[in-house]
Design a protein around this ligand. Structure first.
Ligand code: 0GY
Length: 315
């Protein structure tokens, strides 16, 4: 792929301590099924058009919809689910703009506050939003009382939306009662961020599997090895070795819950300071965790279509 166009450095550059996205992703060897959905990615700005939130914990590199759609095509995907990133707070304009510009090929996950009006929720729905994200990662967001979040969950349930939750594995016990009371489908971001240096059969990951096993409304996104891995990409062109310590965790979830898993690039990879992944290599990671064509089809196509485009999904 020719290099993806980089934004001109803006006034945000001086505050930034994070890596920019990788602008020469390789062409993956693994071919995703026709119609596949990148079910977790973001847009950042551009900041001059869609300013970052004053309460943000990091200032990213601009990474707008045009580059996202070029990456989608380059990797072989057909659709995106654009998840509101914390650097935009509850200002959903950049995400909504990406959805509206996609010709129906992008759905959105929003962040809303308790005071959001029904008119605004309906407007988001029209634009393609199908869920809200509740973030419990303390380095990313300030605390929101659980009763406020539950009130929001009740309201979006009426629209047929779901709730995406992002938390660290160590926090699951404390959050368990809240999560299990959410009245919608619940999508867990990135398997609840397991510590992959710990045993896959240890208490933390076992609790996560129990969460999915005992609650049929709970789904999981199984992507983001670049963030969970300690072994790292090793040789960039040797996918056998890339992020190998994450494989058993993601494969376990795909094998046990094949009808409730999703995958996404997580582009433009917010908040990474040490290593920025080659998105082509991330796609080549998929067959290590979804090891049959049937599992790959569920992970990349069927599940996401059922959740985000049910009206277009005829199986
Ligand atoms: C991710 C990961 C992170 C950040 C965000 O919205 C965000 O800022 O999601 C993170 O820092 O772990 O899922 O993209």
């Amino acid at each position: 792929m020719t290099a993806m166009p980089r934004p001109v450095s803006g006034p945000f550059e001086k505050t930034k301590g994070w890596l920019d996205w990788y602008d020469r992703p390789s062409k993956p060897t693994f071919r995703v099924p026709a119609g596949a959905v990148d079910a977790h990615c973001h847009v950042f700005g551009p900041g001059a058009e869609f300013p970052y939130a004053p309460e943000r914990k990091y200032t990213p590199c601009d990474a707008g919809k045009a580059v996202l759609f070029a990456l989608r095509d380059h990797l072989g995907f057909s659709r995106n689910v654009v998840v509101q990133a914390t650097c935009h707070g509850a200002d959903n304009r950049a995400m909504v703009d990406a959805c509206l510009s996609s010709g129906g090929k992008a759905r959105g996950i929003a962040t809303v506050r308790r005071d959001v009006t029904d008119t605004e929720l309906n407007r988001l729905n029209q634009a393609g939003v199908r869920g809200v994200r509740f973030n419990f990662v303390k380095r990313l967001v300030d605390f929101t009382p659980k009763e406020e979040l539950m009130e929001i969950a009740g309201r979006v349930a009426k629209l047929g939306w779901h709730v995406v939750i992002y938390f660290e594995a160590v926090d699951l016990p404390e959050l368990w009662d809240f999560f299990t009371a959410i009245p919608t489908t619940v999508v867990v971001d990135h398997m609840g961020r397991p510590d992959v240096t710990k045993s896959i059969d240890g208490p933390e990951f076992s609790l996560f599997l129990k969460f999915m096993r005992e609650h049929q409304n709970v789904w999981s996104n199984v992507s983001r090895p670049e963030r969970l891995s300690h072994s790292g990409p090793l040789a960039l062109n040797c996918e056998q070795n890339a992020y190998r310590d994450v494989v058993p965790f993601a494969k376990r979830v795909v094998d046990e819950f094949p009808d409730r898993v999703l995958w996404g690039t997580d582009w433009p990879h917010p908040n990474l300071k040490d290593h920025m992944p080659d998105d082509g290599l991330l796609v080549d990671f998929i067959p290590h965790i979804a090891t049959t064509p049937e599992l790959q089809r569920k992970l990349l196509l069927e599940n996401a279509m059922r959740l985000y485009w049910p009206e277009e999904w005829r199986n």
